[in-house]
Design a protein around this ligand. Structure first.
Ligand code: G4P
Length: 528
């Protein structure tokens, strides 16, 4: 049997945060290519299909059964065991994406060299910040002209309040990026464009910036330009501070092109060496160390099978201590029930059939017949992790059922689907005080799924009336003052399933005014 802590130390569990189209799919493919998990990029299945996810998402789920395969990619790279957690992009964007960050130990922030920080990156970054996750940045698409790199980094710093430390720097010949310069060892990596659209590893020539022979690799003019830029970076730039990186306050930054494989390898090597292995985690019962012998983990995502003939679900569990072995029995700490862990088939990269063993840092997908909820702790020793916070929705709708006899089914469906994390449910008055609950979601697609599932699983023909609110805050403070704050145009007061009050707002303006007028109240974007 392998030494468990050796195994844990070589785990790197992370997620990529980016805005749609920044190149996440492409970069993921290249990590697999460089990791040796695939030999020809372009093999990640369903890539094109995923892009058209809005309309045929449900059909796709049915075709593929449960898309477990896309939830965690596990592959080995030079002695590291990499767990890349999937954060669905685009139309699928939902609370799942946020919760996935809670299961990660670090993140890669992927930026488009023309666009810098975009909306979805900003949102995901806030979750990383909440957890103080170390973040490494990759500025992508450098094979084509983009913003001035210095200006781009300034914008990132300003926008996100994180310091950027460029570890590599683009090497320009005229308007073309032909390589990257690695500041750690002063080496220039010149790439060749292979013309195969990056299907295979890129041929690269390396030479020291101080080597007189460097002019054979790079034109005199380009070399001069690079030297000037490097000097400028040294003079004006940030100092590298490993601790600040580990605290999530400084982000080592790389430039490259996922498409043409420029700069991917130095980035990956750095990332794996510096990103932290699984760390101790805070739990309500004290700190849980990965070296602990007994199993503990928490459910951060539940994936329902969209096929009504297969009602089982997969609960994704991030392991925090101990060791997973198939068939072991642990306790669901919330209910006190014993749960026998049988892992689902998963992990596309190596097409493993069954997970034989998993250690802290790993994620296992467990078959569940409906007893698990988001945030549940599974443990052998009574450890209990805190609740997983809810993230404030941006889409709201009122649910109606034309047939009053289906009310009870609707309530049951909404309760279960909200426990599963599929949607959030709100009531206009405390505890069950209204026949017309509201639902909230981070992504519009969650609503389509909700209606579909209420129909297929609960036989409820529900209708959703979209509401014009687009942001919400949990409010903590005096009850009367909360009611007072919620009065007025463009806002309303609701309660979540735990009876915590939230105010929904129709605009940033309404939110800002309310916050300003009620300094005694606390407004939380994430459930307190
Ligand atoms: P996503 O998962 O973040 O949404 O992005 P994805 O990888 O699908 O990439 C979005 C588009 O950007 C794709 O182009 C992709 O080829 C392109 N792209 C990704 N990385 C790079 C890069 O390093 N350089 C350049 N120039 N383009 C890049 P598309 O035209 O939408 O699709 P396709 O026809 O190329 O597949």
């Amino acid at each position: 049997m392998t030494n468990r802590m050796d195994e844990v130390r070589r785990r790197r569990t992370f997620a990529i945060i980016s805005h749609p189209d920044a190149g996440k799919t492409t970069l993921t493919e290249k990590l697999l290519l460089y990791g040796g998990a695939i030999h020809l990029a372009g093999a990640v299945k369903g890539r094109r299909a995923r892009r058209h996810a809005t309309s045929d998402w449900m059909d796709m789920e049915q075709e593929r059964g449960i898309s477990v395969t896309s939830s965690v990619l596990q592959f080995e790279y030079e002695g590291f065991e990499v767990n890349l957690l999937d954060t669905p992009g685009h139309q699928d964007f939902s609370e799942d994406t946020y919760r996935t960050m809670l299961a990660a130990d670090s993140a890669v922030m992927l930026l488009d060299n023309r666009k810098g920080v975009e909306e979805q990156t900003r949102k995901l970054f806030r979750v990383c910040r909440m957890r103080r996750l170390p973040i490494v940045t990759f500025v992508n698409k450098c094979d084509r002209p983009g913003a001035d790199p210095l200006e781009l980094l300034d914008d990132v710093q300003e926008d996100l309040g994180i310091q950027c430390y460029p570890v590599t720097w683009p090497v320009m010949e005229g308007f073309d990026c032909v390589g990257v310069y690695d500041r750690r060892d002063g080496m220039i990596h010149r790439f060749e464009r292979t013309g195969d659209h990056g299907q295979t590893k890129v041929p690269v020539t390396t030479v020291s910036i101080d080597d007189p022979g460097a002019t054979e690799v790079l034109s005199e003019e380009a070399l001069e330009g690079l030297r000037e830029q490097v000097e400028l970076l040294e003079l004006a730039g940030t100092e590298y501070d490993e601790e600040a990186f580990q605290r999530g306050e400084l982000t080592p930054t790389f430039f490259g092109s996922a498409l043409l494989n420029f700069g991917v390898e130095p980035f990956l090597q750095y990332f794996l060496e510096h990103a932290p292995p699984p760390q101790p985690r805070d739990a309500e019962t004290g700190t849980v160390d990965p070296s602990g012998e007994e199993f503990s983990g928490f459910v951060f995502k539940i994936q329902a099978n969209m096929d009504p003939n297969h009602r089982d679900r997969i609960a994704f569990v991030r392991i925090c201590s101990g060791r997973y072995e198939p068939g072991m029995t642990v306790k669901n700490v919330r209910t006190g029930e014993d749960v026998r862990l049988s892992a689902a088939r998963q992990f596309m990269a190596q097409e493993r059939e069954q997970v034989e063993e998993a250690v802290p840092g790993d994620v296992v997908g467990i078959h569940d017949r409906g007893s698990l909820r988001i945030g549940d702790t599974l443990s052998e020793n009574g450890v209990r992790f805190g609740d997983i916070p809810r993230f404030s929705p941006e889409h709201f709708a009122r649910v109606r059922v034309p047939d009053p006899l289906r009310r009870k089914h609707l309530d049951k469906g909404l309760r279960q689907l909200s426990e599963e994390g599929a949607v959030q449910v709100f009531y206009p008055a405390k505890r069950g005080g209204s026949p017309n609950p509201l639902v909230g979601a981070v992504g519009q697609l969650q609503f389509d799924v909700l209606v579909h599932r209420l129909d297929t699983e609960y036989n409820v023909d529900a209708e959703l009336d979209g509401l014009s609110y687009d942001r919400a805050r949990w409010v903590v403070g005096d009850d009367d003052e909360i009611e007072e704050a919620a009065r007025g145009y463009g806002k309303t007061l609701v309660y979540d399933s735990k009876d915590r009050p939230l105010i929904l707002f129709e605009s940033e303006f309404a939110l800002n005014n309310t916050e300003r007028d009620h300094p005694d109240l606390e407004f939380h974007e994430v459930s307190p």
